[in-house]
Design a protein around this ligand. Sequence first.
Ligand code: GTP
Ligand code: MG
Length: 198
Amino acid sequence: MKPVITLFRTVYSPADIQTAGLPEICISGRSNVGKSSLINRLANRRNLARISRIPGKTQSINYYLVGSNCYLVDLPGYGYAKVPKSSKKLFAELVKSYLNGRQELKGIIQLLDARHGLVGGDYDMVEWIKMWGGRVLYVFTKADKLSSGGRIKMKKKFEHVFNTEHIVMFSAKTGIGAESIWLWITETFCMAKSNTIL
Ligand code: GTP
Ligand code: MG
């Protein structure tokens, strides 16, 4: 049985970012790439995380409790041009404060659009992730918009680009890839727990 996912806390300002000491996995990606849809699909709920056609919907950091002692953290999306400069700056500060020196962060799920691969702000984010050096899963969203051949091609290409096998072609619409994401999440939290014991 999958653990239940519930919304735990919404954070709007860097000062409110908590350090509860529980292991966390964050979900990062461009605005509109499908971060909230991924959470809903994992939770098997339609409206747990708010989804919108309009990019920039999630303007806060949302903590979701997975079972009783781990968090999935939905970060605000980057790279949407139409968001006012002032709020863009606020998002960037919020995300930076979250990411910097975060002991609780045990893994990052980096979302990329299956149709486009790396675009705009993705390059900076991927660079940061490499520097960070922890566990990462690259999830290519909206894979339902590609043919099965297209999905295989994209996966192969990015296994090479990122030099990793931790790549999942995912669709929030059809559910493909969701099991593999769960597996990686479970593995990451298990590893975090066993490291704490050691
Ligand atoms: P922000 O909160 O603005 O950063 O966006 P987000 O990354 O949370 O994206 P969200 O989940 O809100 O999805 C954006 C749009 O893409 C919505 O219209 C979704 O229905 C659509 N979408 C998300 N995932 C998929 C998918 O796997 N397939 C298809 N076809 N559409 C998707
Ligand atoms: Mg969102």
